[in-house]
Design a protein around this ligand. Sequence first.
Ligand SMILES: [Zn+2]
Length: 471
Amino acid sequence: MTERSYTATIGLEVHVELATKSKMFCGCRNQPHGSEPNAHICPVCLAHPGTLPVPNEEAIASILLFGQAVGAQAATYSEFDRKQYFYPDIPKAYQLSQYAYPFLTGGAIKGVALTRVHLEEDTARSQHDKGDYSLVDFNRAGVPLMELVTEPVIHSATAAGDFARELQLTLRTLGIAHVNMERGEMRVEANISVSQTDTLGTKVEVKNLNSFKSVESAIAYEIERQVALLEQGEGVAQETRGWDEVKQRTYLQRSKETAKDYRYFPDPDIPKMSIQDHMYFSRLSEKTIELPEEKRKKYKDIGLPSNQIETIIQSDFLDTYFAQVVKLAMDVATTPSVLPLAANYLTSDVVWLRGKGTPMHLSAKHFLELISLLERGVITSRVAKDLLPELLESNAAPEVLANQRGLIRSADTNALSVILQQVIVDNESVVAEYRAGKAASLQFLIGQVMKISKGTADPALAREELLKLLS
Ligand SMILES: [Zn+2]
């Protein structure tokens, strides 16, 4: 008997704190991290009776911009709803969210279809670890949260992780959220089910996924747990589970609420919104933001390998810097091989030097000049690598500096033959090794030539001449 294997089906819900200046419904500063507790509060976000919420225009503009980027349908009409539930960190006893009329529907990221995206307010933050009492910090209360729900179209833990990474990158590129997962600025929940038929199995919701790794580990664990239950003839219960990072397993939190439990109804204090009339809407299309997929295509056409492309577009510094280099190169019409060479030096040598703490003052213009000198054969790669640390710090003009130091590649064969003679005399034993058949010794001798010439000798010419002298 052949049994059909299990297919996992995953849908994600992601909450993202938007990086607006003020909170979602009041004028308090939107700075939930790194401030004294309860520094950014007012009667509105403390839920005092009689206060009135005013929706944040910048937050709505942000979600509409996101909608454009992912090809979502923007609502023509929208409203906010009250989602009823009580927690000490939500003293209104309801959260302002959206139910029937989200700002966005549809769209896709990395081929994963989106169901809807809406705006809501974050809750305050409770602390239970100080003693036999709890503390509540309201700095986070009322921070604009974008909630995104995908269709259940993801079928593996890795694909879920890839989606979350691309979402983070897209939000960063748009500049509408900081999306640091370790700070809770992006929080993922996964709905997971397994089935051997075309009918979906019972879904389990896993919360508290605060890193890409925990997204992937929790989903992989849950798929295995559900398959094991079904194999033992037991059913999967519809429930909400948490993720235990230490034990690397999910655990039961509570049975799942349904929309009915929340008693959603339209908030009577906030006016209904006609989006098309909104002033931001017309401004949005004027913005030109290059999305990750567009950058990938452009850099692939330039001839960059995909691992380098990812290194560049995932780093704020490299992304901005390389974009400047590309723009300059286009302006001065450099040869096609300059940009791959520039990407190479940027993602290896420059990244390494910055990692060691070298300050980065080298302008994109001078960096491109250095790479062009190298590409045209005016300097050798040895000289380029030697000059780089100094250039990073001083932003000197590379060609001027190379000239001052006498580091321009030399085609002077007389000078070269003097150096070659000296290297052969100084390294008798290595020469003997080479003659005895140790081919690697040649590389050492070329290295000596480069050293004595301060990197100005042409390595190919040095090799050729050495071979002649040693044969
Ligand atoms: Zn406030």
